[in-house]
Ligand binder design. Structure first.
Ligand code: ADP
Ligand code: NI
Length: 215
């Protein structure tokens, strides 16, 4: 089993060589480690959790929003080279599909205990200190403002509107990051999310204090 994981790590590192900072190997490594930590308290197939965590973001970012089949297909093709059984491959593919852009629009209904663990681990990497860093990295990449008091957050916009939005990065906290704590699936995930959430709230308080020139 360990051998399969090592081979998967080598494959993912290779695939993500040129990935941007928010979705690079280190994002995968954090999600993988957190997923294992959460899984320790859950009744799950650990191999499925580890494969899904390691392979969940291997689709080339430029295809990400267009072809949501590419990630699962690449993962499946790779797992076949390791002679992993079909049931495991299909389960891993379903998890990856479910975590994709289109899934968040609500047209994928698959769920499993393993999926819920990996989803929690991925969400945890979007909040807390790392989440803040990733948000501003994304904002910088999209040339967004840090904050603009005149542009109010819109928490309930459609995913399409959200993707087209050019709102400042601080708005993303209200549109997504601060909502994640209530979407956590597992007890361990909820506990970790609560602490990371509080840190973001504290960060925002400090941000506004500095913005307003408080001394
Ligand atoms: P994920 O990989 O967690 O499913 P995305 O691909 O949507 O999520 O985003 C990757 C990272 O970029 C996350 O940390 C997310 O918070 C951040 N991000 C996504 N959209 C925005 C945005 N509009 N403003 C700031 N950060 C964003
Ligand atoms: Ni991810």
């Amino acid at each position: 089993m360990q051998e399969l994981i090592y081979k998967t790590i080598a494959f993912v590192k290779q695939e993500l060589q040129n990935a941007e900072a928010g979705h690079d190997w280190f994002h995968i490594e954090r999600v993988w480690k957190t997923a294992k930590y959460i899984a320790a308290e859950e009744k799950v197939n650990l191999l499925v959790v580890e494969f899904a965590a390691l392979l969940h973001d291997i689709a080339d970012a430029k295809f990400h929003d267009g072809d949501e089949e590419i990630g699962p297909r690449k993962a499946g093709d790779f797992l076949k080279t390791l002679a992993v059984d079909d049931e495991t491959i299909i389960h891993v593919q379903q998890i990856i599909k479910n975590m994709s852009f289109k899934a968040s629009l609500g047209d994928v209904t698959f769920t499993s205990a393993e999926m819920l663990v990996v989803q929690d681990a991925d969400r945890l990497d979007a909040i807390g200190a790392i989440g803040i860093a990733r948000a501003f990295t994304y904002g910088g990449y999209k040339n967004r403002e840090l904050y603009n008091p005149e542009i109010k957050p819109e928490p309930n916009q459609s995913k399409e509107a959200y993707k087209k939005s050019t709102a400042p990065t601080i708005n993303h906290f209200y549109e997504k990051l601060l909502l994640l704590k209530d979407k956590m699936n597992t007890a361990t995930g909820k506990k970790l999310a609560a602490q990371r959430h509080d840190f973001m709230v504290q960060y925002l308080t400090q941000f506004y204090a500095e913005w307003n020139g408080e001394k």
